[in-house]
Design a protein. Structure first.
Length: 198
C-alpha cells in the first residue's frame, strides 16, 4: 500500500546518471583534454544551477580557460551535454508504476537553464505532474524556498509527499519542512520499501 500521495524525484543521479567523465568523454578524445575541459566547463556549475550565472556568458568565459583548439569543444559541450545523462531504467519503471496506481509524481532538481529547456529530451518527463528546475527560478536546493515553491505551485502537503534525492542535505531540507525522503544510492528495492510498495 503506497504510503504517500506524491513522490518527488531529483533528476541527476536519480532519474538519470550525471557522470562527469562519461559526459566529458563525448566532447574530447584524450585524458589531458578531458581535464582541461572539466576545469573550464564546471568552474561555476553551482552558479549555473542557481541561475545566478548567465549561460551564454559562461560559455565565453570557459573558452578563455582552455587552449584555442578546444574552443569548439567547449561550445559543443554547453549546447549538447544534456543528451548524455544515462537513464536509470528501474527508476523509470518505478515512475510509471506509481502513475498506474494513482500517485502524483514531480521533479525537483537543481539544473542550469539549458537543461530546464531541454529536459524533454528524456521521454520520461512526460509522465510527471509537475516539474521544478532551479535555475529559471533563481533558487536551488537545499534552500527551503524552492521546496516551498514546489508545495505552493502544485498544492502539495509536505506530509503527503516523499522525496528521492542523492544528496543528504537536500533530503534534510525537505524533512525540515515536513516532507519525508530517502537518500538514493542505487537501491531501488529500498526505495520501494520506503514507499510501501514492497
Amino acid at each position: 500500500m503506497l504510503k504517500y500521495k506524491n513522490v518527488v524525484f531529483d533528476f541527476g543521479n536519480v532519474i538519470a546518471t550525471f557522470d562527469e567523465d562519461y559526459i566529458l568523454g563525448k566532447f574530447c578524445d584524450s585524458p589531458e583534454d578531458l581535464e582541461l575541459l572539466r576545469n573550464a566547463v564546471f568552474y561555476n556549475w553551482a552558479q549555473l544551477d542557481e541561475g545566478t550565472a548567465d549561460y551564454d556568458t559562461s560559455i565565453q568565459h570557459a573558452k578563455t580557460l582552455v587552449p584555442e583548439r578546444l574552443h569548439d569543444n567547449v561550445t559543443d559541450f554547453f549546447r549538447n551535454w544534456h543528451k548524455y545523462l544515462q537513464p536509470i531504467e528501474e527508476i523509470w519503471s518505478l515512475i510509471r508504476r506509481l502513475k498506474e496506481i494513482g500517485a502524483s509524481v514531480y521533479i525537483l532538481s537543481n539544473a542550469p537553464t539549458h537543461f530546464a529547456d531541454h529536459a524533454d529530451f528524456y521521454g520520461i518527463v512526460q509522465e510527471f505532474d509537475g516539474i521544478v528546475f532551479s535555475a529559471p527560478l533563481v533558487m536551488a536546493k537545499p534552500k527551503p524556498e524552492i521546496y516551498q515553491y514546489l508545495f505552493d505551485t502544485y498544492h502539495l502537503k509536505p506530509e503527503e509527499s516523499f522525496f528521492i534525492d542523492d544528496k543528504p542535505e537536500n533530503i534534510a531540507s525537505g524533512q525540515a519542512l515536513g516532507m519525508d525522503g530517502y537518500i538514493f544510492k542505487g537501491d531501488i528495492a529500498e526505495v520501494c520499501r520506503k514507499l510501501g510498495l514492497d
